[in-house]
Write a protein that binds this ligand. Structure first.
Ligand code: HEC
Length: 179
């Protein structure tokens, strides 16, 4: 009995406040609750690599690196489309990434090749190449760190792991020159 009175009073108050019939009110106020977020956040966008234990970080870099190598990541060109999934490249067109410790250099130098691209004559395993690798500085630091870590540690390569801060440094330096 008391509840019914209270409900009736509430309905009256709501009705008066809105100046509309009481029944339409609850439907209107319930709507925003079911609204879904418009854009899904990218899972790779925010990852705190510095806070991860070493083993977990390397595993993340290798996994993400393989994806970027084979797909181009978020807006790049797949490295595999030129250097092949085997890292062996294509004779006369695209140089191999296998066994190229000196050409890759340290992480900052290696990141610079991806950030700035590369052109001009170079010699790889005694074979001359004179092509053009597109600059892919549009990729986020994490993806570039991942893809170079993957290339440095695949197909028998074992040239060490890289970090997003290596990529950040490379962005502030001139394009590396290879011979
Ligand atoms: C459109 C083709 C193309 C794509 C995509 C490409 N490269 Fe290259 N890359 C080249 C060419 C061509 C050269 C040699 C450039 C020259 O002759 O000066 C080269 C050179 C290199 C070199 C130095 C030479 C060597 O043999 O080690 C590295 C390292 C390298 N690329 C890594 C990468 C990575 C990592 C990616 C993916 C992020 C990538 N490239 C994507 C074409 C490509």
């Amino acid at each position: 009995m008391r509840n019914r009175n209270a409900l009736a009073l509430l309905a009256l108050l709501v009705g008066c406040a809105g100046g509309e019939p009481a029944e339409t009110k609850p439907v209107e106020t319930a709507e925003p609750v079911v609204e879904a977020p418009k854009e899904e956040p990218k899972p790779e966008a925010k990852v705190d690599l510095a806070a991860m234990p070493e083993a977990e970080r390397v595993a993340w870099l290798m996994k993400r690196g393989e994806e970027v190598y084979k797909t181009g990541g978020t807006g790049g060109v797949a490295c595999s489309s030129c250097h092949q999934e085997t890292g062996m490249g294509v004779p006369g067109a695209f140089p191999p990434l296998v066994g190229q410790k000196d050409l890759m250099g340290d992480c900052v130098h290696h990141a610079g090749l991806v950030v700035h691209g590369l052109s001009g004559e170079i010699t790889v395993n005694g074979e001359k190449f004179n092509g053009a690798m597109p600059a892919q500085g549009n990729l986020p630091d994490e993806e570039i760190a991942a893809v170079i870590t993957y290339a440095r540690n695949s197909w028998g390569n074992a040239f060490g792991n890289c970090l997003p801060e290596d990529v950040a440094k490379a962005r502030g330096l001139p394009a590396p020159v290879l011979k």
